[in-house]
Design a protein around this ligand. Structure first.
Ligand SMILES: *[C@@H]1O[C@H](CO)[C@@H](O)[C@H](O)[C@H]1NC(C)=O
Ligand SMILES: *[C@@H]1O[C@H](CO)[C@@H](O)[C@H](O)[C@H]1NC(C)=O
Ligand SMILES: *[C@@H]1O[C@H](CO)[C@@H](O)[C@H](O)[C@H]1NC(C)=O
Ligand SMILES: *[C@@H]1O[C@H](CO)[C@@H](O)[C@H](O)[C@H]1NC(C)=O
Ligand SMILES: *[C@@H]1O[C@H](CO)[C@@H](O)[C@H](O)[C@H]1NC(C)=O
Length: 452
C-alpha cells in the first residue's frame, strides 16, 4: 500500500524570518474593512473602519518579503466597467511587487485566467486547487497573509465588484504573527494541493493547526485582551487539531449570552450529496439546532439578515419561517429575520449584493468565507476567524466587536433590510419572491425601536 504523504518541505524560504509560535507577536492591531456601494448611502464609521480597498493597499504598503493571496475569482482588471478603477489599481500594485523584492504567491481554483497569467508574467507564483477532483465543491476561501505577520480575511474576492459595487465585510489584522503563522499553514496546505486529485492521509507537521477551539490563541486586539483561532471547511481540509467552521460557529452561538446577530448572503439548512450519479438532498441541522437552543432554551435574542437575490433558494423562506415560529407564545423569546434587498441590474445581478458572511454576539465574532448553507460547508473550501473579546467592560476603548455590531445594526435598521410576509396575492405582485408554494412580500415596516 502506498502511503500518501505531504511534502515536509514548507514553501521555500517562507520561514526565513525565524519567527515561531514561541516568539511570534500577539500584540495585534485590528481594523474592520468594509466595501459599501455608494448608492446604499450607509455610513461607515470612519474612525474605526477602513474602506476595503484602503485595507488592501495598506497591506501592500507594509509588505517587505511576501504577499500570499487565496481567491477563487480573479477579475480585478476589468476594462468594461466604469466602476472597476479600484480593481485596476489593486491589480497594478500586485504586478509591481516583484521589483520591490516582494514575492507574490497566489492560490486559485483555476489558473487559466488571463489575469493570473499576467501576474505570473510579472513574477507571481500561481497554484491551483482542483476542488472538483477533491470534493466536487468549489474554492470559496478568501484571505491574505503578508510577511507572515499581517492578514486579511473576509467576504471579498479578487473581483473589481468587491471593491466597488458589492457589499463586503472583513478584517485586516496587523502585527499579528501568531495568527498569521496559523493562517499561513492553511495557505501552505492549499499550496501543496496543487495538481493533486486526492488528499494525502498523512499530514506534514507544518500544516497542522497551531490553535483551535480548545486551545485558542491568547492575544491583544487593539490593547483589548482576546482569544482567536482559525477554522476551515470542508472536513477533508481539516488536518489534526484544525477546528471545523461548523464547530467554530456552533461554539460562538453556544457561548452567546444575550444576542446573536448573523449577516449572510444565503442561509439554508440543506445538504446535497451525490452518490454514484444520483444526488440526495437532506436536512442539515448543525447550525439550525444550536440557533434553536439559544433562542428557546437560553433566551438569546437572534437577528438573522439574509440577502434576497436571484439565487436565493425558495425553501429559505420556509426554513426561516419555521425558525421564527419557535417563539410563538414564549416570553423572552426573540428571533427576527430580515432580507437585505437591492435593485437588481439585468446584466449583472451581483451589483449591490450584500455578500457578508459573519456573526457577532455579546462576546465573540466569527468572520468566514462560506455562506451558511449545508452543502457549502460540506464541499466548499473556506476559512473562518473566531475572535472572543474578554472583559470589554473594563476597557473604554471601542472594540472590534462593538464596531462589527454597529455595522450590523446600521444594515438592520436601513431601509434595505425588509421583513417577509406571506403574500395574499396568489399571483404575486411585482417584486414578490416566489417560494416553493406561493409568493412572499418584502415589507419595509420597521419594528426596530421595540426590538433593541
Ligand atoms: C524565534 O525563535 C527561534 C527558535 O525557536 C529562533 O531561531 C529565532 O531567531 C527567534 N526569532 C526572533 C525574532 O527572536
Ligand atoms: C486557456 O485559455 C485560453 C484563452 O482564454 C484558451 O485558448 C485555452 O484553450 C485555455 N486552456 C485550457 C487548458 O483550458
Ligand atoms: C479537475 O478535476 C476534474 C476531475 O478529476 C477534471 O475533470 C478536470 O480536468 C480538472 N481540472 C483541471 C483544471 O485540472
Ligand atoms: C506594527 O508594529 C511596528 C513596529 O512595532 C509599528 O511601527 C507599526 O506602526 C505597527 N503597525 C500597525 C498597523 O499597527
Ligand atoms: C423574562 O424576562 C423578565 C424581564 O426581563 C424576567 O423577569 C424573567 O425572569 C424572564 N423569564 C425567563 C424565563 O427568563
Amino acid at each position: 500500500m502506498m502511503v500518501l504523504i505531504f511534502s515536509s518541505v514548507d514553501i521555500w524560504g517562507d520561514d526565513e524570518d525565524g519567527i515561531t509560535e514561541d516568539n511570534c507577536s500577539r500584540d495585534c492591531h485590528i481594523v474592520l474593512a468594509e466595501n459599501i456601494p455608494e448608492e446604499f448611502s450607509l455610513r461607515m464609521d470612519g474612525r474605526h473602519s477602513l474602506p476595503l480597498a484602503v485595507g488592501f493597499h495598506s497591506l501592500l504598503d507594509q509588505a517587505k518579503t511576501s504577499v500570499q493571496v487565496v481567491s477563487s475569482v480573479w477579475n480585478l482588471n476589468s476594462w468594461e466597467h466604469l466602476s472597476a478603477s479600484q480593481g485596476q489599481l489593486l491589480f497594478q500594485r500586485l504586478q509591481s511587487l516583484r521589483p520591490r523584492g516582494v514575492k507574490l504567491k497566489i492560490v486559485s481554483s483555476w489558473t487559466n485566467s488571463t489575469e493570473l497569467k499576467a501576474l505570473e508574467a510579472h513574477g507571481a507564483e500561481v497554484r491551483s486547487v482542483n476542488m472538483t477532483a477533491l470534493t466536487r465543491g468549489g474554492l470559496h476561501s478568501s484571505f491574505w497573509v503578508v510577511d507572515r505577520k499581517h492578514i486579511y480575511i473576509g467576504s471579498a474576492d479578487m473581483d473589481w465588484r468587491s471593491l466597488s459595487k458589492r457589499k463586503e465585510l472583513g478584517v485586516v489584522v496587523y502585527n499579528c504573527s501568531c495568527l498569521a503563522l496559523d493562517l499561513h499553514r492553511v495557505f501552505s496546505f492549499y499550496w501543496q494541493l496543487h495538481d493533486r486529485d486526492y488528499i494525502p492521509s498523512i499530514w506534514s507537521k507544518r500544516i497542522t493547526a497551531l490553535y483551535g477551539k480548545h486551545q485558542a490563541l491568547e492575544l491583544q486586539l487593539n490593547a483589548t485582551p482576546a482569544a482567536a483561532y482559525v477554522s476551515t471547511s470542508p472536513d477533508l481540509f481539516c488536518p489534526k487539531d484544525r477546528t471545523r467552521d461548523v464547530d467554530a460557529i456552533s461554539q460562538v452561538i453556544q457561548s452567546a449570552k444575550t444576542f446573536i446577530f448573523i449577516s449572510v448572503m444565503d442561509y439554508l439548512p440543506l445538504v446535497r450529496r451525490s452518490f454514484r450519479r444520483t444526488s440526495v438532498t437532506r436536512y442539515w441541522s448543525t447550525i439550525d439546532e444550536v440557533i434553536r437552543e439559544a433562542v428557546v432554551l437560553r433566551g438569546v435574542k437572534v437577528h438573522l439578515l439574509i440577502s434576497f437575490w436571484r439565487k436565493t433558494h425558495p425553501l429559505t423562506f420556509n426554513f426561516v419561517t419555521s425558525l421564527k415560529s419557535l417563539c410563538m407564545q414564549l416570553h423572552n423569546c426573540s428571533l427576527e429575520v430580515k432580507f437585505f434587498s437591492h435593485k437588481e441590474q439585468k446584466d449583472d445581478f451581483q451589483l449591490g449584493l450584500n455578500h457578508n458572511k459573519y456573526m457577532v454576539t455579546d462576546n465573540a465574532v466569527y468572520i468566514g468565507n462560506n455562506d451558511w448553507v449545508g452543502s457549502d460547508f460540506d464541499r466548499d473550501a473556506g476559512v473562518g476567524l473566531v475572535m472572543k473579546i474578554k472583559d470589554s467592560h473594563q476597557n473604554r476603548r471601542v472594540t472590534v466587536l462593538e464596531q462589527i455590531k454597529a455595522a450590523f445594526v446600521r444594515d438592520w435598521k436601513s431601509h434595505h433590510a425588509k421583513n417577509l410576509q406571506k403574500s395574499k396575492d396568489q399571483q404575486g405582485k411585482r417584486g414578490s419572491l416566489q417560494g416553493s408554494k406561493g409568493f412572499w412580500d418584502l415589507t419595509e415596516e420597521n419594528d426596530w425601536n421595540q426590538s433593541l
